[in-house]
Design a protein around this ligand. Sequence first.
Ligand code: HGY
Ligand code: MN
Ligand code: MN
Length: 421
Amino acid sequence: MTIQTPAALGARAFAELAALNRFTDEPGKLTRLYLSPAHRAAADHVLARMRAIGLNAAMDAAGSVIGRFEGRTPGLPAVMVGSHIDTVKDGGAYDGNLGVVAGLLVAEALAPRMASMPFALEVAAFGDEENVRFPTNISTSAALASGYEMEWLDGKDADGVTLREALVAFGGDPSGLAALKRPAGSIAAYIELHIEQGPVLEAHDEPVGIVTAINAQIRARIRVTGEAGHAGTVPMGMRRDALMAAAEMALALEAAAKAHPDAVGTVGVLRPEPGATNVVPSAVSFTVDFRAPLDETVRLMDEAVEREFHAIAARRSVTVAIDRYARLAATPMAPELQAALERGIARTGANLAARRIPSGAGHDAMTMARAFPAAMLFVRNEKGISHSPLENMTEADAGIAVKVMLETVLEIAERHAARGA
Ligand code: HGY
Ligand code: MN
Ligand code: MN
């Protein structure tokens, strides 16, 4: 295997990212929603890159692209290195994409050695981690671990297109979703490289860190229904204004989050109807996303949302419907893989710290951890800015991080071999 220096890996990573990030649904921005034309183009590109590296690769029924190298004998449990290629709207270049590129580069580096490896190597490019388009819950990796939840197929996007319709048009296969669930033990380790999307590594001037656990979260779609009216004639005391009620609910969510020191709450989407300057809004659809390190904190916040939203609706003579479509429990990362990442960092010989960090952001590693040992390596990104076109990181840090991923996979292999596994 040629020596893969961090500098060389960083240059390769940035070149791969530039090629992958040509695919967007909004020219001039990076918007690549699940099952969109840009997602299809990006998936085809990743499929071609996997095959060029020699991986046995295909797109699965849910639209993920997964490639595999066998180990010393066919059918061995796999070490999977992956992340997601879907993005938020007007997102950053590195969220998800970097972890998929890391998988490609690790596979490329290990290709000559796979005949002696005690496990298979898989690279995964999941397609629905952001859950921006449909009311799903990290569905494409969940399909492999806990299994696909068929009710997701009936979820609709902002244009009223169901996930089932979009999946068929994309070239996916609703009838093949149940079969995606992997047998117990078939994935020996899932390891994901991801930008930190937070300020800790930069504050300590450290390029990489090891994730201890991923915060719990609940996401819900809220529908407030009031009564349309003439903006110029309906007296304030006689209005059933859906938007004002929704605004009060948004502030109630903020208060519920501020009541707990490490909790967060966000209203990211808010759509008034009919949406005219001179019409008192008859209805509002909005989303809530709230998170915390502990399940109990999220439960308390959920109770507050339920209680306050209904009290506000009653006071304002409107109705409110709360559709909790995503619940993710707080997810610890596998201790033995955290230790493997620490040894992977040490093997680089660069005398790097191995700081443990919790993740406020959700990841495919959360769902993979439901069935398989899972771990994450964080890499520093500028000011921790993410879910923004300002998301940025250095090529040097990318190279260090990919090098750590490579050394970690080798470390796991050597431990397997030492145990005679
Ligand atoms: O929203 C999240 O936590 C992740 O970026 N999907
Ligand atoms: Mn991500
Ligand atoms: Mn994201």
